[in-house]
Design a protein around this ligand. Structure first.
Ligand code: G3P
Length: 217
């Protein structure tokens, strides 16, 4: 499973990348706004830190404008994945941009039928939003499962990028279903390492290292 950081915070991205845990980054207009940076500048900086795909989202809603913006975003670096919304215009833009050899991430996916359309449009990634479905008393993880089944039924190569991840359990459940990628806030990815028994066991080992005079270097 690939791990993408869902942020435009370059310090947090550098931190995860230095840990060797990062396969890519996803941004969206809200995350760019939160960063307080110019979209082109911050995206370029992120692409210089991370080798894997960096999703940068278009701002237009009409296909022709999305295509023009997508081409401009793709010029930033070779690892840009152009992010387009799951609308008919977005699907049209996806088809054109992916046909030109660009990676395309189709975002704001909330149904299996939407995901099926994105695969037919040649999307590199489909981004179903788990947390936002859970927020309205629907089952985000069931959507991941449905998309997995449909893509496997037909051999679609579009990667399922589970997004709107809020908890470590979202990551575990997406992994059990077989999502190809998760994108999550860096704090959630780092929290996967936490376990009280690990802390307790380490404390006991450290006490024995000290009292036993154990040293290696
Ligand atoms: O990148 C899109 C997605 O991950 C947003 O998550 O928490 O705003 O629903 P959230």
């Amino acid at each position: 499973m690939k791990f993408f950081a869902d942020t435009a915070d370059v310090d947090a991205i550098r931190d995860l990348n230095d840990l060797g845990l990062l396969d890519g980054v996803t941004t969206n207009p809200s995350l760019i706004k939160k960063s307080g940076r110019n979209i082109l500048e911050v995206t370029k900086e992120i692409c210089e830190i991370v080798d894997g795909p960096v999703s940068a989202e278009v701002t237009a809603i009409e296909a022709d404008q999305m295509i023009a913006e997508g081409r401009k975003l793709a010029e930033i670096a070779g690892n840009i994945a152009v992010k387009v919304p799951l609308t008919l215009d977005g699907l049209k833009a996806c088809k054109v941009l992916s046909g030109e050899g660009n990676m395309v991430n189709v975002t704001l996916c909330f149904s299996a039928n939407q995901a099926l359309l994105a695969a037919k449009a040649g999307a590199t990634f489909i981004s179903p939003f788990i947390g936002r479905l859970d927020d309205i008393n629907m089952d985000g993880m069931e959507l991941i499962s449905e998309i997995r089944t449909i893509y496997d039924n037909y051999g679609y190569e579009t990667q399922i990028l589970a997004a709107s991840i809020r908890t470590v359990n979202h990551i575990k459940d997406a992994a059990l279903i077989g999502a190809d990628v998760i994108t999550a806030p860096p704090a959630v990815i780092k929290a996967m390492a936490n376990h009280p028994l690990t802390d307790k066991g380490l404390d006991a080992f450290l006490a024995d290292i000290k009292s036993g005079g154990i040293s290696i270097l």
